[in-house]
Write a protein that binds this ligand. Structure first.
Ligand code: SF4
Length: 207
């Protein structure tokens, strides 16, 4: 199988997919990926932000947009974890994010994502840099590698892999991004009709 085909296949999972709501990641794979206006604006702004900072990171001596593949065993099968770190320095990794309010602590999904990169790149320390889109303030959080968080990441990867393989919809993971999620109406409907998280994808969408 060619590299590009492998990345799109269900035995190659993205780091971001694993750290996001697994239900959303599942739907993104099983249906034609959907975008809301809000998510498209978010993606476009994110790309602009990365372009702006790429030069800064390179002047700091970092390599930018560094791809990595990491093999993981799930039962007897090999699953490939695929990721791309924003900037990799001599002994640190930087992930750049945007936010819409000042933050006192980083988002847990971003910490898990950076922690996964620390493991995959064999680096002990990383930085999450947030740019507040509403006032331009920059927040920097230093993150040290956590073995517990890496184990949690691996469990989530296995869960997503098996859900995709067995066509079982993962349960909801209510979070701050639900209101801009393209699948929110399905989740809210499902919530109203009681939890139906193990239903096959076909019956879920035929409701
Ligand atoms: S609405 Fe929330 S729980 Fe439902 S798929 Fe989207 S992010 Fe996940």
């Amino acid at each position: 199988m060619k590299e590009e085909e492998r990345i799109r296949s269900n035995d190659c999972l993205g780091v971001t997919e694993i750290c996001s709501c697994l239900r959303k990641s599942y739907f993104d794979r099983k249906c034609k990926k959907q975008y809301t206006d809000a998510s498209l604006i978010h993606i476009t702004m994110g790309k602009g932000l990365h372009l702006m900072f790429e030069e800064v990171f390179e002047r700091m001596g970092c390599e930018t947009e560094v791809s990595i593949r990491f093999p993981l065993r799930v039962n007897d099968e090999e699953v490939l974890i695929s990721g791309r770190a924003d900037a990799v320095g001599d002994n640190y990794i930087i992930e750049l994010k945007s936010c819409s309010k000042d933050l006192e602590e980083p988002y847990s999904s971003h910490v898990m994502q950076l922690n996964a990169y620390l493991y995959m790149f064999k680096v002990k320390k990383g930085y999450l840099i947030y740019i507040n889109k509403s006032n331009g303030r920059i927040h920097v959080f230093e993150i040290s590698f956590s073995p517990e968080l890496w184990r949690e990441f691996v469990e989530r990867a296995k869960k997503l892999y098996l859900a995709l393989k067995n066509n079982t919809v993962p349960g909801t993971e209510w979070n701050g991004l639900c209101m801009t999620c393209p699948y929110k109406s399905k989740c809210f409907k499902d919530k109203r009709q009681k939890d139906n998280s193990n239903a096959p994808i076909t019956s879920f969408f035929n409701n």
